[in-house]
Design a protein around this ligand. Structure first.
Ligand SMILES: Cc1cc2nc3c(=O)[nH]c(=O)nc-3n(C[C@H](O)[C@H](O)[C@H](O)COP(=O)(O)OP(=O)(O)OC[C@H]3O[C@@H](n4cnc5c(N)ncnc54)[C@H](O)[C@@H]3O)c2cc1C
Length: 450
């Protein structure tokens, strides 16, 4: 029998209105950062609230340093806009590794040979646009973009609650070292990844998970330094059976948790992806368990690799992620729920705001067309969702919540918010063709759509 939940009553209180703006974005990850930059560049007075001390979310603090598959094997990308700007700005300082425009779509044997050690560049025998970034340079560059756009940034501020009046979101409450405060705005954008703000606004969402899916797995990414990644790849290629046996042995030591070293933008550093399944991204006991367990696992991995794996003889733990790796979580059930059927049938929606290449077979030659309505809640106004919590079923969310996708959602949400503010209308009233025009004029691309 389930015991009743014990509760306390909190005292009612007055809360200071700390700031007011046209657009308030909560969460400064790929989705939220892009939303804030796009809103401000389009003339909206914009505030960005982020719980940690840096921007970039999983792409920086989560050490998920690979912007995955912006192209589908053809010789043109399907995602550009702010995502391409991240790459261009990083490229100018040597902080990113990615194939050249001339190499995209190539199946030339020398080109394939050059890229074969960098995960997700060679897919289906063709070169794709996947970019591996330097997370520390990226943190700085994301700050620059926010500053240059004139966004007012509040770090170390945890958005806790939407302020809702008569079905319209009018602002957010946040908690910080300065206390509990409110910010009021005309359009609020949820970029928290987990949809914290939309959930608190009473918007319908689904957070059920299928344990088999990628999205149901959590991780704590870590990096090793002082390695020779090319030497490791050569060893693995020459000794596949021995390498498999060693990985089996390691997996017994790590309670079955498998870890995968992945190339970084430097040969002497790699990042380790990992997966712990069947957990909830919003359950603090699960989150705590993953943090503690993975800090045990990473030490075992370091000792094992140092002893057994060529290329790792002098390795050390360079760092571990400050943001836990949550691949999925709440998904809004919004104005349109983008489904696996949409995805597999390649349905092109008139109001498409992002075209997403697939990452995995058997459909990796196809594209997903995400509609603007998937960023809009059903019954609540004044709100857009611009992160992996976009309105989608679990299968579609699993396939289309990668970093470049979320950047594209954010760019569209921020641009739409600025249009809404300028015209004094609700985000759901924004003319999707005007939104697409503006996105295209900013450097975004919508292949097959416009
Ligand atoms: C282990 C792992 C490996 C992955 N591998 C890849 C990969 O190789 N390539 C790829 O493209 N994608 C990969 N992904 C997926 C990708 O990282 C995420 O789906 C993507 O980062 C989602 O972006 P987002 O903006 O929605 O959320 P996030 O990146 O999670 O950003 C959310 C931001 O909001 C902030 N925030 C959250 N809640 C609040 C709050 N209440 N108040 C204030 N701020 C808040 C967070 O601190 C963070 O800055 C991986 C994910 C994981 C976990």
């Amino acid at each position: 029998m389930k015991l009743p939940v014990k509760t306390i009553k909190e005292a009612a209180r007055e809360t200071e209105v700390f700031d007011e703006a046209d657009v308030i974005v909560v969460g400064g990850g790929p989705g939220g950062h892009s939303a804030a930059v796009a809103a401000a560049r389009n003339g909206a007075k914009t505030v960005l609230v982020e719980r940690y001390g840096h921007l970039g979310g999983l792409a920086t603090g989560g050490l998920v340093i690979m912007l995955l598959l912006m192209s589908d094997g053809t010789n043109e990308p399907q995602i550009a806009g702010l995502c391409q700007e991240w790459i261009d700005r990083l490229d100018a300082v040597g902080g990113v590794l990615y194939p050249s425009k001339e190499e995209l779509g190539s199946s030339d044997k020398d080109v394939i040979e050059r890229w074969k050690n960098v995960l997700f560049v060679v897919v289906g025998g063709k070169i794709r646009l996947t970019a591996t970034v330097d997370p520390e340079w990226l943190k700085g560059i994301l700050n620059d973009m926010v500053e240059e756009a004139g966004v007012k940034l509040y770090l170390h501020s945890w958005g806790t609650e939407a302020i809702v009046e008569d079905g319209v979101v009018k602002g957010v409450i946040f908690e910080s070292k300065s206390g509990r405060k409110a910010i009021l705005g005309k359009v609020i954008i949820d970029g928290t990844g987990d949809g914290d703000i939309m959930a608190s606004a009473g918007v319908e969402f689904d957070d059920t998970m299928s344990p088999k899916l990628r999205a149901a797995h959590q991780a704590l990414v870590f990096r090793f330094g002082n390695i020779d990644f090319n030497k490791y790849c050569a060893y693995k290629d020459a000794n596949p059976q021995k390498h498999r046996e060693l990985m089996e042995e390691l997996s017994k030591l790590t309670e079955g948790i498998r870890t995968l070293p992945i190339a970084s933008s430097r040969n002497d550093i790699c990042w380790f992806n990992n997966r712990i399944g069947g957990l909830s991204a919003t359950n603090i006991e699960h989150l705590t368990m993953v943090e503690v367990m993975m800090r045990r696992v990473m030490r075992i991995v370091q000792v094992f690799y140092q002893k057994h794996i060529p290329g790792f003889e002098n390795c050390y733990i360079l760092d571990s992620a400050s943001q836990i790796g949550t691949r999925g979580g709440r998904r809004m059930m919004g104005e349109y729920v983008y489904t696996e059927d949409d995805m597999h049938n390649g349905i092109i929606h008139d109001d498409t705001i992002a075209v997403c290449p697939f990452t995995t077979p058997p459909s990796y030659h196809k594209r997903g067309y995400i509609p603007y309505r998937s960023l809009l809640p059903k019954d609540v106004d004044g709100l857009l969702v611009a992160c992996r919590a976009f309105s989608s079923d679990i299968g579609a969310n699993d396939a289309f919540n990668w970093i470049p996708h979320c950047i594209a959602f954010g760019e569209a949400a921020g641009t739409a918010a600025a249009i809404a503010v300028k015209l004094g209308i609700q985000p759901r009233e924004v003319d999707y063709r005007a939104l697409q025009d503006l996105l295209l004029s900013q450097g975004a691309i919508l292949p097959d759509v416009r």
